[in-house]
Design a protein around this ligand. Structure first.
Ligand code: AMP
Length: 189
């Protein structure tokens, strides 16, 4: 089983690269952000609960995303593997993921960390905002997403580094080249 976390700051290209990775390795894709946006679009109870936080670029609670992850894992126990995009985003989420993987007899293959300088990220996200229709691709929300990332998400790297699971990948360049960088790490783990 190949269980991969695609890690990186907002705008690093996780969503784009995930589309290629899930196809090549036949992985069950779990993007907590995408699932939450679907809930908002469906105006579900959960969607209404998280809409404002997401619009402002904040993080939703660890409990909410844990429920999403467990549901996906339990529904896909026979999958060849999972690709986590945008999860875990806090150290408590990383702890919860460890417990959940253990519960379902799965192990983490590796954490691929896409590295892109911050100035480039903001530029990319503002460009994306012109077409994405995402409520959080505006300058105020983007700034807040970086504050959240630096404060709460970056420490997750240390968590996985300590376990020997973290692999840095150059996230600057053409999309196919970055995909090749990711694949070569996957082939080596
Ligand atoms: P993303 O599509 O991964 O950029 O996520 C969009 C937004 O959804 C984030 O800015 C958060 O508000 C929320 N979100 C997604 N994943 C998580 C998570 N693992 N923990 C908390 N909030 C999340």
């Amino acid at each position: 089983m190949l269980n991969i976390i695609l890690f990186g700051p907002p705008g690093a290209g996780k969503g784009t690269q995930s589309q290629f990775l899930r196809e090549k390795y036949h992985l069950t894709y779990i993007s907590t952000g995408e699932i939450l946006r679907e809930e908002i679009a469906a105006e579900s109870e959960l969607g209404l609960q998280v809409k404002e936080i997401i619009g402002k670029g904040g993080l939703v609670s660890d409990e909410i995303v844990a429920r999403i992850i467990e549901k996906k894992l339990s529904e896909n126990v026979n999958s060849p593997g999972f690709l986590f995009d945008g999860y875990p985003r806090t150290v408590p989420q990383a702890d919860i993921l460890d417990d959940l993987l253990q519960k379902y007899n799965m192990t983490l293959s590796g954490v691929l960390s896409l590295e892109v300088p911050e100035e480039m990220l903001i530029e990319r996200m503002l460009e994306r905002g012109k077409v994405s229709g995402r409520a959080d691709d505006n300058i105020d929300s983007i700034k807040h997403r970086f504050v959240e990332y630096n404060e709460k998400t970056q420490p997750v790297m240390g968590f996985y580094e300590a376990k020997g699971n973290l692999h840095a990948v150059n996230g600057v360049g053409e999309i196919p080249q970055i995909f090749a960088n990711l694949c070569s790490v996957i082939e080596s783990i």
